[in-house]
Design a protein around this ligand. Sequence first.
Ligand SMILES: [Mg+2]
Length: 156
Amino acid sequence: MHTERTKLFLDIDGVLLGKANGRIALARGASKFLRFVTAHFDCYWLTTHCQGNANTAQTYLRPYVCKGLFETIKMIKPTCFNVLKTDALPKNGVFFWVDDRPLASELKFLEDNGLVSCLIRVDTYTNAEGLLECLDYLQRQFCLTTSDTPVIASKT
Ligand SMILES: [Mg+2]
């Protein structure tokens, strides 16, 4: 049975790009994370590197990703916001927003609309395992909320 995919909004700096030895680098597990989310969620950029055009986010990430992963990130759709990222979010329903540092006004928007549980805070500048922890959480949520094929299929 086909069910509509849950929307997932994704930041880049401090999420997909973290720090390794003081330098900006693709966060640990980013490849695994991106392959999972693009396969199971309706994915959107929610970053200053994308203002209505996914190409700018792709170009920004290009130096950090291999060719195969670059094809994967092309599946992520653009959003547009002016000041607050929350302007691009749905006002209700179930979605996920992965970000390292939401602004106080963005947090207030989530609180006012009962959407606090939609936010997954990941900060790969300070926690190298952040994205893998988020992946683990999303895999569990995915299993709970869908009747689709289980994420981890046993090998015969
Ligand atoms: Mg960020």
